[in-house]
Design a protein around this ligand. Structure first.
Ligand SMILES: Nc1nc2c(ncn2[C@@H]2O[C@H](COP(=O)(O)OP(=O)(O)O)[C@@H](O)[C@H]2O)c(=O)[nH]1
Ligand SMILES: [Mg+2]
Length: 279
């Protein structure tokens, strides 16, 4: 059932996206959602929105913040990341709409922005928006994100399209397999927005227990090499998040990562990401 979310007029003059509410459900309490638009003065938590292009990231971003991030069905519309915010249950959240990305391992400019933020920005919650009609292809990114953070909520978007095509998704099974919450959504109609808010809040407060699906254990000799290299990286770049991920890329011979370590830009990257969050 979809009903209009009561939006107090004082909230945001920009609010345009209708959202759904589960009415009597006090748990999600989306009626208390306050869309902060751009006015996020300090925040309690940072929420990153990641996903393949055209999965509805900007639509979700707009529903959460009341902003009007460009929504379009061609790739590359979100070249730099857009930020906005909302408050719920007394906490202020900053939301970062990242460029679409298929993989954390590729090297296009847009994808670099998304990857660097997910890896080194250390968001409190990463929402990976996936297309329910192209689940298999979209899960590639989900699995990669789960390698670097367990604080993930999967927004299973375009459920209206999936229904139209007779595609059914076993949401509970998927959530069990991934080890993180999965929220079915049709963000353009506001469906699933209150549930997503509830999951974000629970993840931030530490109420959600996750068991993120990780790739198979590394062979002991590789694991030792990764540990050793990660230790050296942390010593060279203090405060570097995901040093093990960087170490693995180096061992794979990834040229971009090697360059960033050699010329020291890896340290600048990590500092930039955290500075952006603090500002
Ligand atoms: N049918 C349907 N279309 C959606 C939904 N969410 C987003 N869209 C549409 O999908 C297209 C891409 O959305 P956008 O938010 O720009 O995706 P992004 O590239 O991930 O930021 C737009 O035409 C949206 O209107 C949804 O839940 N259902
Ligand atoms: Mg977008």
């Amino acid at each position: 059932m979809t009903v209009d979310l009561p939006i107090p007029s004082a909230v945001s003059p920009l609010a345009e996206t209708p959202a759904a509410s589960c009415g009597s459900c006090t748990l999600h309490n989306a009626a208390n959602l306050k869309r902060l638009g751009l006015h996020v003065d300090g925040c309690d938590a940072v929420v990153a929105l990641a996903g393949n292009p055209n999965t509805g990231k900007s639509t979700v971003f707009n529903a959460l913040t009341g902003l009007r991030q460009h929504v379009g069905n061609w790739p590359g519309t979100t070249v730099s990341r857009a930020e906005g915010g909302f408050s719920l249950g007394g906490s202020a959240y900053k939301v970062v709409d990242l460029p679409g990305t298929y993989s954390l391992l590729s090297n296009s400019r847009d994808e670099d922005v998304a990857r660097d933020f997910l890896l080194f920005g250390d968001p409190d919650v990463t929402v990976v928006v996936v297309d329910a009609t192209r689940l298999e292809r979209n899960l590639n990114l989900v699995l990669q994100v789960l390698q670097v953070t367990g604080r993930v909520v999967v927004a299973l978007n375009l459920m209206d399209e999936a229904r139209r095509h007779g595609i059914e998704v076993d949401v509970r099974h998927l959530s069990r397999e991934l080890g993180v919450p999965v929220v079915p959504m049709a963000a353009r109609r506001g469906e699933g927005v209150p549930e997503l808010l509830g999951r974000i809040a629970d993840m931030t407060s530490g109420e959600t227990r996750v068991r993120p699906r990780r790739q198979q254990a590394l062979a002991p000799v590789v694991a030792r090499a990764v540990d050793e290299l990660a230790g050296q990286l942390s010593a060279e770049f203090p405060g570097l998040a995901n040093a093990r991920w960087v170490a693995l890329r180096l061992l794979e011979g990834d040229a971009g990562t090697e360059r960033a370590v050699r010329d020291g830009s890896l340290g600048d990257l990590a500092r930039q990401q955290t500075a952006r969050i603090a500002s």
